[in-house]
Design a protein around this ligand. Structure first.
Ligand code: HEM
Length: 203
């Protein structure tokens, strides 16, 4: 029951942020919905931003479906194709473009380093998940995919923290650089805990 509620909430927020991104970047002028300080950089690297936003939104839309045991059991071909699109279009293109736009991110070195490491971890975990399934190691594939999606979910947690800081009256230039870390490090730690990575051998 708890597992189902968790999956539902994850999918709900992931779809919500993906739809926001598709509408905001498909129908509005570039930079019109972000903080004015970010607009110039977005306009200067528009191809990178569009590639990043649309490809990553695909990862957010397709990712939650991959964890459905029913889908895997009854429609394995769909799981495979969904997974290929998720990894090659969503993660590979979205992550490479994310790494590129991270170099121009608002918030100085702190933000640039945080977003760059997120992009590298996203690409790395995607590669490890793919390489595991090519070797037919299903357990390892699942673990890397769970890590990978915890990082995809950074797009959701970033916006939750952003809204919370704004509601609390913290200035954008103060909190934004920290968001580049806060949006993914706790997600990854929580996932490692869930996967039992911190358990000692004796336990
Ligand atoms: C997980 C790896 C990701 C990395 C490394 C990353 C990195 C970045 C960076 C550096 C920016 C520009 C920020 C700035 O200029 O200050 C950005 C913006 C953005 N990213 Fe990502 N991102 C990731 C995942 C995602 C995902 C999964 C989505 C899905 C929708 C997404 C959607 C967006 C959007 C919509 C923006 C524009 C800002 C906004 O409208 O709120 N990103 N991302």
């Amino acid at each position: 029951m708890l597992y189902t509620v968790r999956n539902f909430l994850v999918a709900f927020f992931a779809f919500g942020v993906a739809l926001y991104a598709l509408v905001a970047y498909g129908f509005f002028t570039l930079g019109s919905l972000v903080h004015p300080a970010m607009k110039t950089s977005f306009m200067a690297h528009s191809i990178g931003i569009y590639a990043h936003v649309f490809a990553s939104a695909i990862a957010l839309l397709l990712g939650p479906l991959q964890f459905s045991t029913k889908l895997r059991a009854n429609y394995i071909t769909l799981h495979r194709w969904n997974g290929r699109v998720y990894l090659f279009l969503g993660v590979l293109l979205g992550g490479s473009a994310g790494l590129y736009v991270a170099q121009f991110a608002y918030g100085g070195l702190l933000a640039k380093t945080g977003f760059s490491l997120l992009a590298m971890a996203w690409l790395h975990s995607g590669f490890m998940a793919y390489s595991a399934i090519r070797r037919n190691n299903i357990a390892e594939h699942q673990r890397w995919m769970q890590r990978n999606f915890a990082l995809t979910f950074a797009a959701v947690t970033l916006r939750i923290y952003l809204g919370s800081f704004m509601a609390a009256g913290v200035r954008f230039e103060v909190f934004y650089p920290w968001l580049a870390w806060l949006c993914w490090v706790p997600n990854l730690l929580l996932m490692e805990w869930w996967l039992g990575s911190f358990k000692s051998e004796e336990e």
